[in-house]
Design a protein around this ligand. Structure first.
Ligand SMILES: C[S@@+](CC[C@H](N)C(=O)[O-])C[C@H]1O[C@@H](n2cnc3c(N)ncnc32)[C@H](O)[C@@H]1O
Length: 293
């Protein structure tokens, strides 16, 4: 699958994606215990790791969020779909979701010794996939319902809002977001906040719904396939109305190039993207600049 060059140019895939051996050796492996110690320190300094989902005015059970995306509504909506979320997702995407996560995992290429934040991780289904290579991956999400839905998974989980991450500066080698970015209340602010917690030279990998590039496929996808997916989602979900919001948010989400520009404008460099399944999904990848670049 060819990687397309972004608006700001991008390095050849095979040279930049593979972390350099010397860098990994210099950093050395970081154990989960060490990272947990970091997280505990952050918790003491910031008060709570529960983010907005722990707020007193938090109202679980909302039927659906609007595209105004009030954070409490979005968290409540995902709480509402948490039960059976993974199953609904697989049914709705005709099983493609698994393939998209595998491809995203390859683009992320997380290696042993690396620390990866899987943001908007939901039940941790994506985190489990990205940890396969041996990196230490933590799942973060502000829906406690979604996190609870993934309790059975063997990945560390943290309740956190993407706009106010409870982590110190530069602690992660990479951050990845799978089908989460379009739900953030403020995309640019979240991308800037993510850049804060990634070390210089670290990477961002975003897997998100996108716009099929070939006209006839785009027409069929928007006119029929998306509606069919939403219909399936509503049938098997624990909160059918939430799928109407998800449908609308897919239609209004920026196309590949526009998203690349937004990422570049939010403090990331060398943005590139790869279309998957005709561009129904796109995987964007970018790097955090070094201080001297
Ligand atoms: C469609 S699910 C994706 C879950 C998972 N990554 C996957 O691959 O299936 C989107 C997730 O984004 C989370 N989310 C939305 N806004 C968020 C925010 N501001 N901070 C943290 N998580 C957020 C939701 O709670 C939800 O679990």
């Amino acid at each position: 699958m060819p990687v397309q060059r972004g608006p700001h140019g991008c390095p050849p895939c095979d040279t930049e994606v593979t972390p350099r051996r010397d860098r990994r050796e210099r950093c050395g492996p970081r154990s989960p215990a060490r990272v947990n110690a970091v997280l505990a320190t952050v918790e003491r300094r910031r008060g709570s790791l529960t983010g907005d989902a722990g707020r007193a005015d938090y109202t679980p059970g909302m039927a659906r969020a609007s595209l105004d995306k009030d954070p409490a509504d979005v968290a409540a909506m995902f709480d509402g779909v948490a039960h059976r979320y993974d199953r609904a997702n697989s049914v709705m995407t005709f099983g493609f979701d698994r393939r998209w996560r595998v491809t995203t995992g390859r683009a992320l290429d997380a290696r042993p010794g690396e620390k990866v934040l899987d943001l908007a991780a939901g039940t941790g289904v994506s985190t489990e996939e990205y940890a396969r290579g041996g990196a230490w991956c933590v799942a973060a999400d502000f829906s406690l319902g979604m996190l609870r839905g993934g309790r059975h998974r063997n990945v560390p989980m943290v309740a956190a809002d993407a706009l106010r991450l409870p982590f110190a500066d530069g602690v992660f080698d990479a951050v990845t977001i799978t089908f989460g970015l379009r739900n953030f209340v403020d995309t640019r602010a979240a991308l800037a906040e993510i850049a804060r917690v990634v070390r210089p030279g670290g990477r961002l990998v975003v897997c998100e719904v996108s716009t099929p590039t070939f006209g006839p496929i785009r027409y069929v996808y928007r006119r029929f396939a998306l509606r069919l997916m939403t219909w399936f989602g509503r049938r098997v979900s624990s909160n059918p109305d939430a799928y109407s919001y998800l449908f609308e948010s897919m239609l209004t989400w920026p196309a590949q190039r526009r998203l690349a520009e937004i990422i570049a404008d939010s403090g990331w460099k060398s943005v590139e993207w790869m279309n998957v399944t005709f561009g129904v999904v796109a995987i964007h990848r970018a790097w955090k600049p070094h201080a001297d670049s």
